[in-house]
Design a protein around this ligand. Structure first.
Ligand code: NAP
Length: 258
């Protein structure tokens, strides 16, 4: 018997789906036969990335430019996606940003930049998905926030107070939404990656990266973005993930075991 994830005919929104972990998730969904609506903020090549995925996997993959921190833009974009590529059946609220500097120098602008995307942005995307499903009485929606293992720990050697606290907020929001929306048939979960090799981490000091791999991760290496996507497929899937809601799923190479 072959057990495989099949998302044929399903339409999933992936915010930040054009690069990094989000791209790996878009790729995994399309590879499993699903249609993907990628949301990006400013990358010049997002539409080309989408077209390439569509061609490679023979499914519909399109990119929409939208700042997830702006509620009116999100509402308009979700309606448009639902009409053109939908009906939408799942959401991966993955877009996230960080500012790394000492807490003593952090400003209100730094706070707003991180929280607008990581907290309000993920929340408002979930809210618009829930509105679409409630209006249609669709009771099988699945929402995954990309949170982080930083929702519960402080990363040794990295000063990013607003990032860590924003992820704690995101994981908390997941629990609240899971409880409030269970009667609507909507499941809400958090993927909590450990250290992943993406643009977000590639700009860091190479010495710090090596030290993190050796000293902080029992598996001795960073995760590939693809390794994060499997948990998302499971949580999106009606049968595999059907009893999962309100929970954080850590894919961290054992980093929190130490
Ligand atoms: P990344 O490579 O830096 O990519 C960030 C993505 O988010 C890009 O697609 C970007 O769009 C999009 N984005 C950012 N702000 C946005 C906004 N306001 N509206 C719309 N799109 C926006 O990030 P990553 O490393 O793959 O991280 C993805 C998620 O995983 C984030 O939530 C991050 O916090 C989390 N995470 C990452 C790690 C790690 O080690 N990398 C670990 C734990 C958790 P543009 O391309 O248009 O800029």
């Amino acid at each position: 018997m072959v057990v495989a994830f099949d998302f044929t005919g399903k339409a999933i929104i992936v915010t930040g789906g054009n690069r990094g972990i989000g791209f790996a998730i878009s790729n995994a969904i399309a590879k499993a036969g699903g249609n993907v609506a990628i949301i990006y903020r400013s990358s010049k090549d997002a539409k080309d990335v989408a077209a390439k995925l569509a061609k490679e996997h023979g499914t519909k993959v399109e990119a929409w430019q939208c700042d997830v921190g702006k509620a009116d833009e999100v509402a308009k974009t979700f309606k448009d996606i639902d009409e053109k590529l939908g009906p939408v059946q799942g959401l991966v609220a993955n877009a996230g940003v960080s500012i790394v500097k000492d807490a003593i120098s952090m400003s209100y602008e730094d706070y707003k930049y991180v929280y607008d995307t990581n907290v309000f942005g993920q929340f408002v995307c979930a809210q618009e998905a829930a509105k679409l499903w409630k209006a249609k009485d669709y009771k099988k929606g699945s929402i995954i926030f990309t949170s982080s293992m930083s929702d519960t720990i402080v990363n040794k050697g990295i000063h990013q107070v607003f990032y860590n606290s924003s992820k704690a907020a995101a994981s908390s929001i997941v629990k609240q939404l899971a409880v409030e929306w269970a009667p609507l048939g909507i499941r809400v979960n958090a993927l909590c990656p450990g250290y992943v090799a993406t643009d977000q981490t590639s700009h860091m000091d190479p010495k710090l990266l090596e030290w993190q791999k050796k000293e902080l991760v029992p598996l001795g290496r960073f995760s590939t973005p693809d390794e994060q996507s499997w948990m998302v497929l499971l949580l999106l899937h009606e049968e595999a993930g059907g009893y999962c809601t309100g929970q954080q799923y850590y894919v961290d190479g054992g980093a929190q075991a130490w």
